[in-house]
Design a protein around this ligand. Structure first.
Ligand SMILES: CC(C)(COP(=O)(O)OP(=O)(O)OC[C@H]1O[C@@H](n2cnc3c(N)ncnc32)[C@H](O)[C@@H]1OP(=O)(O)O)[C@@H](O)C(=O)NCCC(=O)NCCS
Length: 221
């Protein structure tokens, strides 16, 4: 039987590219993001840019035999985080992503969902979650070969301990309700469901139905 060496450790700047690749490879509820978004640079900037580049001390990685296979990325005060929608728009305008095959359809679908929610439900697009009870937030992703080995639990624990030591009263995350593997994991490591899941613009389930954004919270005091 092969015995692997498994380790969770603080992020180092040399891990940046591996983190960006993992973000893309797990970006559709654990599967590669290219099912709806083919541009790795904009995708990684939207979902990991702030954390690796502005708050690397709140990031951790998981390794198997020295290869980075997962991460948890944290933000102590969510007011500082970059809004992924704004980052996506910047790439769209600077690099013409609205008219590119692998990204255009998702961008136009997002626009059409936002308009139809506004007209038929009188609902504006959901802003990133900000609540002083849970001011810190995190993201976590692990490649398939590293799942169910306990590294997810350890990655969450590392972020928790960092924010407890900095005095944060609470931690939250935003996931997709239909990603039930993740929701069960988050419940099992201490997160609680919060509020009503809301339809997300642009992204779809494989059967074409709309997916729902879901907030989960954890008290740290
Ligand atoms: C969700 C994820 C981070 C969990 O990490 P992990 O290392 O696989 O989880 P762990 O091995 O630490 O599991 C801890 C506990 O969580 C629960 N759990 C984990 N995966 C689960 C699953 N697929 N279904 C049900 N419960 C699960 C179990 O209670 C588990 O304890 P056990 O192994 O003793 O039964 C990982 O599977 C992943 O990266 N998935 C794809 C990307 C993703 O969905 N990220 C979240 C986006 S918001």
């Amino acid at each position: 039987m092969l015995v692997h060496s498994i380790k969770v450790r603080p992020f180092e700047k040399e891990d940046r590219q591996a983190v960006r690749n993992i973000c893309f490879m797990t970006g559709y509820m654990g599967e590669p993001a290219d099912i709806y978004w083919s541009d790795i640079e904009s995708f990684a900037d939207m979902w990991c840019g702030y954390y690796t580049d502005m708050e690397p001390e709140s990031c951790f990685v998981a390794e198997i035999d020295g290869e980075v296979v997962g991460y948890s990325l944290g933000c102590f005060d969510s007011k500082n985080a970059w809004n992924p929608a704004m980052i996506g728009m910047k790439h769209a305008f600077n690099r013409g992503l609205m008219f590119t095959k692998g990204t255009g359809p998702a961008m136009w679908r997002t626009l059409s969902d936002v308009l139809s929610d506004l007209i038929s439900k009188r609902r504006l697009p959901q802003k990133p979650f900000l609540d002083p009870r849970w001011p810190s937030h995190m993201h976590i992703d692990i490649l398939e070969q590293g799942r169910r080995m306990g590294m997810g639990r350890e990655l969450v624990e590392s972020i928790k301990q960092r924010f407890i030591s900095l005095g944060s009263p609470g931690l939250h995350l935003e996931t997709v309700l239909e990603n039930q593997n993740a929701v069960k994991f988050f419940r099992s490591v201490g997160f609680k469901d919060y509020g009503e899941p809301l339809e997300l613009p642009g992204i779809r389930a494989k059967d074409g139905s709309r997916l729902h954004g879901h907030v989960m919270v954890m008290d740290l005091k």
